[in-house]
Write a protein that binds this ligand. Sequence first.
Ligand code: SAH
Length: 453
Amino acid sequence: MRYLPIHIDLKDKTVLVFGDGPAAEAKLRTLMKTDARLVAVADTPSTEMALWAREGHIEISADADLATATLVYAATEDETENLRIAGRARALRIPVNAADQPAGCDFITPAIVDRTPVAISIGTEGTAPGLARALKSDLEARLPSDLGQTSRHIKALRDTLKVEEPDIAKRQAVWADVLGAGLNDLTSLNADAVSERYDAVRAGSASGQGHVHIVGAGPGDPDLLTVGALRAMHSADVVVYDRLVSEPVLSLCRREAEFVYVGKQAGEASTRQDEINRILVEKAHEGYRVVRLKSGDPLVFGRAEEEFAALDAARIGFTIHPGITAAAAAAASIRHSLTVRGENTAAVLATGHDENGFAELDWASLAEPGARATIYMGLRAARFIQGRLMLHGARPTTPVAVVENASRPDEVVLQTTLGDLPDDLVTHGISGPAVLMIGYARRAAQAHLKAAS
Ligand code: SAH
């Protein structure tokens, strides 16, 4: 290893960046993330640099005293000039970096994954900057975005532990236990999970309590999963999933996981909610990382509150990963905004069905001209919904877009009207899953293109 990666404290230190072109800008952009006093040595600063100066991020100077600098960047667009600056800095024993010129570099600036105070630097000793960038984006996607917060949280716990436990070896053992085996999965690495594990370890009962991730699987297309959802799925020990979770999404879960299907079996009622709660609690108590995979967004018509209550009652920690709900995906399918400025001030998400059968909605407001609502679980209730809305004055010509299997390869969009809705559902054999989008018409250009093809 020719280069030693070190992290230098730049608080209130002066860093000089020579140059006024793209190379200097790039260096400044990275350095602005630090607490350094940044001086751009430039005769004709770029607009961007002038803006940074106005905002107080950097100072601009036509000339600067090298001796005041902790680090020097020679990033003019002139290679000879850069080597000359490097020579001057070296004469003063100030580490220097000449942009893209290894001969003028005492140090290189790595690719950085920044989760302050956690920072990961990636360097290839100049051999493959592209590889460093690829590694950086891979790590960016995999590391929780709140890693910095977690790290500060650990610092606070360490301060407490220092007071309580004077023996350093014992303190290290506690941290090995808290951050080791029990938390070797990055998805569980957040402040709450650390606290929970810390408390368990301190209580001497490091039994390795499991954790439940309530994960939104989205409407079907795996592209619509969040990065956090994917992370949780990749490290699951147990996956408890519903009927509407698509096969391509399911196949992204860790292969070695135990898969528990809790949806409807053909001809049977779905697994009872308290049975699902029981499975979640039992698997977490056994110490497993449980992923509860629910279609769409788990917090939209997903009975999530009942699962939260069961987990709370059993004192099991859980993390929620929101997902793309069917209405959002369906709106994209018909290329129509859920809310349109000046047209609808509310976009209602309603269910056609509740525990008492067909749901009674606020028909009067839904029947108003211009009202827009997306109805879930509405297929069987379609005739009832039509009747209620028309009874309250909705026009039969009100547009209704029906989106079946939104975001999936077998997606169908049926554009109809309130008057024709129930019959059209039958004629077109719409059997679900589908949403009824009352007051929405598929974007005209789309319809036109379809008609033309
Ligand atoms: N939590 C889910 C909703 C579960 S309720 C979400 O946020 O999307 C089940 C209903 O969701 C179905 O009856 C249907 O109305 C709707 N739905 C789920 N997936 C769908 C899809 N891919 N396309 C259209 N509607 C869907």
